[in-house]
Ligand binder design. Sequence first.
Ligand code: SF4
Length: 441
Amino acid sequence: MEKLAVIQLGCPKNQVDGEVLAGCLADRYSIVADPAEADVIVINTCGFIAAAKEESIDAIFQMLEFKKINPGVKVVAAGCLAQRYGDELCASVPELDGVVADDDIPRAAAAIKAAAAPGKLTRQTGRRFLYSHDLPRLRARPYTAYIKIADGCDNRCAYCAIPAIKGPYRSRPLPSVLAEAEDLTRGGARELILVAQDTTRYGLDLYGELKLPALLRALARVGAPWLRLLYCYPEFFTDELIAVMKEEPAVCRYVDLPLQHASDRILAAMNRRGTAREAAALIERLRAAMPDIVLRTTFITGFPGESDEDFHILENFVQNTRFDRLGVFAYSEEDGTPAAARADQTPPALREARRDALMRRQEDIAAARQAERVGTVMTVLLEEEMADGCWQGRSAGDAPEIDGQVFVRAPGKRRPGDMIAALIETSDVYDLYGSAAEREA
Ligand code: SF4
């Protein structure tokens, strides 16, 4: 059987697509992790912002290097960059054996199986795809899984190319999400992470009402110890959702709530709905309902027209709100977006300088928030054994790949996916350190 490797790039939503793509190819290929062993290499690219596009192009050329060692190896580009720039990729990288610009994953798999002619472009046709629980999916880590509950986006933020790549918002039917959660939990998943471009909008298109609270209540019966929410949009974060988070023990007291800015003038220019005062009020409601909640957000610096005053408003907001976790992106001009067409672009160096200044300000806040957890006992999901009896893991307050980690001394027979109570003894800016605790969290 020929061997195939999938190189995963981009966000968790793209990762889910890549896992389903690997699942759809596993009937024809033996799926390997190391591209050096592969007869076919598929790069599941990201096309979100300039930095991600560069990373994808670099990965394509790295994989094409394998043709020097094994001339018969086929290299195919799939994923968002291919969907967004299919023609350009074909024209500029003729060495590619295929460019699959199709988010319909089963059809993309069929195109890869047929990737015979260099420069062959398979393009999206017809309806927008939405994967379902009955498609095979190959995952690297059995104990944690992303569940993509919807695809596409209707928010149309002025700087964002995703609606053009992924199309309109479309929720998956609730029974399909539930069936997938049951399969994943039976398969050993301890943590289910709900993702979409806008997780909080779930159900509005399909059921005419926001259905995330109902979905969470139903998922809480499936049995996975942790349910986590990423990519929440403030406007749709209802009191009902806060109540479910408070009442359901399985729902992590953790929220990823990208706010993007805190100057109302810039929020309006970004075509973001809501004001900084409304966001602050929502955060107050969350903290009042769940004082131990862990809040993550992301901001963009250097959006066109951003003045010194706008930036100071953002700095003060970060200082006053004291987020537990914070990511900052320097604004990136994306083709075809309204923001990129504006005449008042800020200099790239200023965008980056403001990003770095905000991250420096956050460092002290993050360190202080982490220090507040010293002396507490918390549940830790073990992920990787470091040295004998020392494990790297995460708490309910840490999402994979984007947040900190918890390092615990936990001698004895343990496996990745075990959840243990740990006494936190020390901390630094992002990570916590401790040891297995006698008593439960
Ligand atoms: S919410 Fe805004 S930033 Fe997020 S995917 Fe949709 S348009 Fe893009």
